[in-house]
Design a protein. Structure first.
Length: 134
C-alpha cells in the first residue's frame, strides 16, 4: 500500500515511516509535499493520490464536512484517515501519535476492500465516518 501524509503532518514523519517500512518492502510512505508539491489544492491532491491507488492520512478535520471532497474520495477510490491531535500539539506530539497509530492504520487498510473515511481520535477506537456501500 502507498500512504500519503498531507501537509498538516510534518514531512520528516513520512520519511521516517518510509525508512522503517522499507525493510519489509510492503508499504511506501510519502509526504504529499515531497510526492507532488507544496500547496497542491485538496481536489487535485485527491485525484493524484487516487491515480497512485494511495491512502491519505491527514489532520484536516474539515475534510469530513466538505461534501465535494468526500464525494471525490469515493470517485477516486481514496481511503482517508483523519488523525486528531490535541490543540497546540508540537512536532513530537504529532510524530508520536502517528507512530502510535501506525500499526492500526495498516491493519485497518489491509482489511478494508472498499473506500472509507476513518477518524482516529485522541482516545478510543477509530470511527468510520463514511464507507463505500456495496
Amino acid at each position: 500500500m502507498v500512504f500519503f501524509l498531507d501537509e498538516c503532518i510534518p514531512p520528516p514523519i513520512a520519511r521516517a515511516l518510509d525508512v522503517l517500512e522499507s525493510s519489509e518492502n510492503v508499504h511506501e510512505v510519502y509526504s504529499t509535499e515531497a510526492a507532488f508539491h507544496k500547496g497542491v489544492k485538496d481536489e487535485d491532491l485527491i485525484s493524484l493520490i487516487g491515480k497512485r491507488k494511495g491512502i491519505l492520512i491527514t489532520h484536516d478535520l474539515k475534510q469530513k464536512t466538505r461534501k465535494r471532497e468526500v464525494k471525490l474520495f469515493f470517485e477516486e477510490s481514496v481511503s482517508v484517515f483523519i488523525i486528531s491531535f490535541s490543540s497546540g500539539s508540537n512536532y513530537w506530539t504529532k510524530a508520536l501519535k502517528v507512530i502510535r497509530e501506525w500499526e492500526s492504520i495498516k491493519k485497518i487498510s489491509g482489511k478494508r476492500s472498499r473506500t472509507f473515511v476513518c477518524r482516529i481520535k485522541m482516545r478510543g477506537r477509530p470511527e468510520f465516518l463514511f464507507e463505500e456501500s456495496h
